[in-house]
Structures are given as structure tokens and as C-alpha cells.
Design a protein around this ligand. Structure first.
Ligand code: AMP
Ligand code: ZN
Length: 482
């Protein structure tokens, strides 16, 4: 713990890299905005999950595994989810139960996707619906909204509760509204294209609570009637309940800076009377396709599951470790262009590394890689250094445990390919690619292709044995037939 380098992180709030000083080194706390689970997650959604997973691993390495608390939420109430739940509702149970059942499926799929990407389970994965009005939690949305009304920064109108940034800016000891996104309220008002609903006092006011029609929309009882929360209040409640009123790191995609994170700060700081919600605000850049952000609404997306199990992207499926490595090649704040070429390159790297690393014997990770990660998660430099480690470890087997540990720090798994008695060159150029291609075919349930490759290898004198690893993913070992 003591010989560790100083961790530096870029803080969107100050627009500079800052030396990270945890509020409590025995409990380093991080919150990341998770997905809205109305459907399969796309590979753009996977970017914050992977980036902050690397940071979670690094924090655990620096501060100790049990001294880091990571909460990543699930937004399981939202108008798209409500609509889907209503569409399939048979009125045999409450609409809320229907909605829960619907999101159970999408959450399970999301967890499966993340497992394939080797993302560790966070300490907490709260669901918004458990924090709306739940007296068993230390904090919930209804109680925070009531506090905001009491402090005079929120007001009820026609079944809604609205937050007033203008009222917030009149109170001392709080951050100014717009500090994170560097927008000023007057400019925002001048350029406002926000909808001017009749119940709003001011166009910049945003919704904390809105009424639900009990016939068609899920909802909870509250002092303001039957209704449901706005999106922003969810994260203030879940972060407050699980990490405390103030914590260390808050992360998410760059699209969340405004209005989502700006509004989280407004709510939490006003409710708890604090000048800051989190010490460091971190945002990952977009994953793009042909220069445009990948998004559901633009239709230019490919889901994580499609990449793993179908041939929709590049005419073939891709192992999770290839997707993960391709993601980490670019620094997290830069945009990534998602291309077949980048995936092919990542796959070639995984083959190459699998010849040297086996992750059987794990030592201490390489100090230069730790330094690179401690410098605002410089994964590009870390990977560059790992290429060097690989060639060193190929020459000096005693360096392999370090190579293995370094890959583990980045969450990069290598496939267990046994080199047995075959010459390394032949293995690299023919056997390994064929075995991986066949595994991809098996994952995609393309049994014709899988059998064809098996026969091809058999003709070369290689016998395959199929099995499953601890996570249920297909694995293949092979041996040279005598
Ligand atoms: P959503 O389900 O849209 O609320 O997004 C969940 C998380 O994924 C948020 O942190 C978003 O900022 C992030 N995200 C969504 N699309 C992309 C993208 N194309 N590239 C990077 N991050 C994204
Ligand atoms: Zn959030």
C-alpha cells in the first residue's frame, strides 16, 4: 500500500488532472451510472462498464480489496420500460410487478454480457425501483424530494414536484448550478428549448416526481400523490444510501455531464447541505461508428450479445476478451471508432499473448503498467508496455507470473491453449487461429463450421477436446495424436 504511486485522475469539474486523495483510504467509494434496462445493451454502453472496472481493479490494488466500495446502478423505471410493461400486462398482478418481471430478464442478460467481458461485480448494483419509497433503506427518493421541498428549492404543482435551479443559486454554501458543465443559468435560460409545461415556474426547472395514471402507469404512493420519480433523483438516492452523502468518484459517459450529473449535484448538495457531492467527476468518451456516437435512437448500434454470439459485426462472432482489449487500446477520454479491423488486431494480440501467459501462476503486476494506469488510466501506454513484458517473459520464463498478474490487473483473460508438442511457429500461424475460430463458431451455434474446422485440425494430427470453464463458456483443449 505504501510504495504505490500517486493516483492522478482527470476531474471534469476542474478540467484538470488531480492527485486523488480519498475521503477515507479505508473506504474508497465510487459510483457509476449504469444502464436503463429496457432492452439489450449495446457495445457503447459497455465502455463505461469496462473503463470503470479497470479503475475498480486499480483502486483495489492500491488501497486493498476490502477497502473499496463500488456502486453501479440499474435504471429499471423509465417511460420506455413502463410502456413495454403496460403492453404485456394482463392485469393478473400489479403493473409494478409486471415491470419488475420484464426488467429481470434484461438485467440477467446485462450481467451475462458483462461476465463475458470479464467485468467484476461491483460491491452494490442497486435497482432504482428499490429506492423510490423504501423505509428499509437509509435514504430514498421520496425522503430526498421532501427535504428539497422543505429547503425551498423544490415545489409541488399539479402532482409534479419540480426542482428550481434559480432558488438553489440563492442559497449560500452550495456549488453554483451549471458548475460541472460550465453553463450559466442566464445563458441556459436565454437559449432554452426546454418544454415550458404549465406547471413549471421557470423553464429550467426539472422534474423530481411526476404523476402516474394507476390504470396505465406504474407508480408509488407519495405525499404528492401516486406517481414515479424523475431520472436524476434516482442516482442521488442510490449513491446517498449506499455510499453516503459525500463520496470520492462519480463516473459515467460524457453525455451525462448535462443535465444528468449537473442535476444529481444540485439535488444531493441541496438535500444534504454540502458544497460537493463527489470529489472527482470522470467521463468516458463516446464509442462511435463512422464518426457518430453509437446509440439506440440512431439505430447504428450492435449489442454486446450480438458481437459475442452472432455474425452481425464483421461476419463472425468475437470472444469477450477481444472486445475488452479493443476497448482498452484507446484512452478512455478519447472517442473510439468501433471497427472490424480493431477487433482483428485485438484478437491477434490475444493469440500472441496466450503463447506466453497462462494465468496459472500470478505474481505482482509490473510497476510501469501500474504507473501508466495511475496516470489517469493510461491503458494505451499500459498495453504498449505489456507487449514488451510478453517478449521478456517469452525469453525468461521466471517473468511469466508478472506478465500474468499485469494482464489480470487490466482484466484481460487469456484462453487456455496448450502448446503441447507442436512447434511454436506452427502453433501461432495455424493451430491457435483455427481453435479460436472454431470456438467462435460454437458460441454462435454454427455447428457445421465447427465440425469442418475439427476435421481440418484432425487432418493435421490435432485432436480436440471440448469442455466448459467455471462460467459455462465453451473451452477447447487439444493434443497431438500419436
Ligand atoms: P444509458 O443506458 O443510455 O443510460 O447508458 C448507460 C451508460 O452508457 C451511460 O454511462 C452512458 O453515458 C453510456 N453510453 C451510452 N452510449 C455510449 C456510447 N456510444 N459510448 C460510450 N458510452 C456510452
Ligand atoms: Zn446517474
Amino acid at each position: 500500500m505504501s510504495t504505490m504511486p500517486k493516483l492522478k485522475l482527470y476531474n471534469t469539474m476542474s478540467r484538470t488532472k488531480e492527485v486523488f486523495e480519498p475521503l477515507d483510504p479505508a473506504n474508497v467509494r465510487m459510483y457509476v451510472c449504469g444502464p436503463t434496462v429496457y432492452d439489450y445493451a449495446h457495445i457503447g454502453n459497455a465502455r463505461p462498464m469496462i473503463v470503470f472496472d479497470v479503475l475498480f481493479r486499480l483502486l483495489r490494488h492500491i488501497y486493498g480489496e476490502t477497502n473499496v466500495t463500488y456502486a453501479r446502478n440499474i435504471t429499471d423505471v423509465d417511460d420506455k420500460i413502463n410502456q413495454r410493461a403496460f403492453d404485456r400486462w394482463t392485469r393478473k398482478r400489479p403493473l409494478l410487478a409486471e415491470m419488475r418481471d420484464l426488467t429481470e430478464g434484461t438485467v440477467a442478460q446485462f450481467n451475462k454480457d458483462l461476465k463475458a467481458l470479464n467485468v467484476l461485480d461491483p460491491t452494490h448494483t442497486p435497482r432504482a425501483t428499490d429506492f423510490v419509497a423504501n423505509g428499509e433503506q437509509p435514504m430514498d427518493m421520496v425522503r430526498i424530494i421532501a427535504k428539497l421541498v422543505e429547503r425551498g428549492v423544490a415545489y409541488a404543482a399539479e402532482g409534479h414536484v419540480l426542482f428550481s435551479p434559480t432558488e438553489m443559486d440563492k442559497l449560500p454554501g452550495l456549488p453554483r448550478y451549471g458548475a460541472l458543465s460550465r453553463r450559466n443559468l442566464d445563458d441556459m435560460l436565454a437559449g432554452a428549448r426546454v418544454d415550458v409545461a404549465p406547471y413549471k415556474r421557470d423553464p429550467m426547472d426539472f422534474v423530481l416526481w411526476k404523476p402516474s395514471d394507476p390504470e396505465t402507469e406504474p407508480g408509488w404512493n407519495s405525499p404528492w400523490g401516486f406517481g414515479r420519480p424523475g431520472w436524476h433523483i434516482e442516482c442521488s438516492a442510490m449513491a446517498g444510501a449506499l455510499l453516503g452523502e459525500q463520496f470520492d468518484i462519480h463516473g459515467g459517459g460524457i453525455d451525462l455531464v448535462f443535465p444528468h450529473h449537473e442535476n444529481e449535484i444540485a439535488q444531493s448538495c441541496c438535500a444534504f447541505g454540502l458544497d460537493k457531492m463527489a470529489s472527482i467527476w470522470m467521463h468516458n468518451g463516446f464509442l462511435q461508428v463512422e464518426g457518430r456516437k453509437m446509440s439506440k435512437s440512431d439505430g447504428n448500434f450492435v449489442t454486446i450479445d450480438e458481437l459475442l454470439t452472432t455474425d452481425k459485426f464483421g461476419g463472425r462472432s468475437w470472444p469477450g476478451e477481444v472486445l475488452r482489449l479493443a476497448m482498452l487500446k484507446t484512452h478512455y477520454r478519447q472517442p473510439i471508432d468501433w471497427t472490424v479491423r480493431a477487433l482483428e488486431e485485438a484478437e491477434a494480440t490475444i493469440y500472441e499473448w496466450s503463447l506466453v501467459g497462462d494465468q496459472q501462476e500470478v505474481g505482482e503486476p509490473d510497476p510501469q503498467v501500474i504507473d501508466a494506469l495511475a496516470s489517469d488510466i493510461n491503458t494505451s501506454f499500459a498495453l504498449h508496455r505489456i507487449h514488451q513484458l510478453r517478449s521478456d517473459a517469452a525469453q525468461y520464463p521466471e517473468l511469466r507470473p508478472r506478465f500474468n498478474a499485469t494482464l489480470e490487473l487490466l482484466g484481460i483473460r487469456l484462453r487456455k491453449l496448450e502448446t503441447a508438442t507442436i512447434e511454436t511457429d506452427e502453433f501461432t500461424t495455424t493451430v491457435a487461429p483455427l481453435i479460436l475460430e472454431r470456438e467462435a463458431a460454437r458460441r454462435a451455434k454454427d455447428f457445421a463450421a465447427s465440425d469442418r474446422i475439427r476435421d481440418e485440425l484432425a487432418a493435421m494430427g490435432i485432436a480436440l477436446k471440448d469442455g466448459k470453464d467455471a462460467d459455462g463458456n465453451p473451452t477447447t483443449t487439444w493434443e497431438v495424436k500419436r
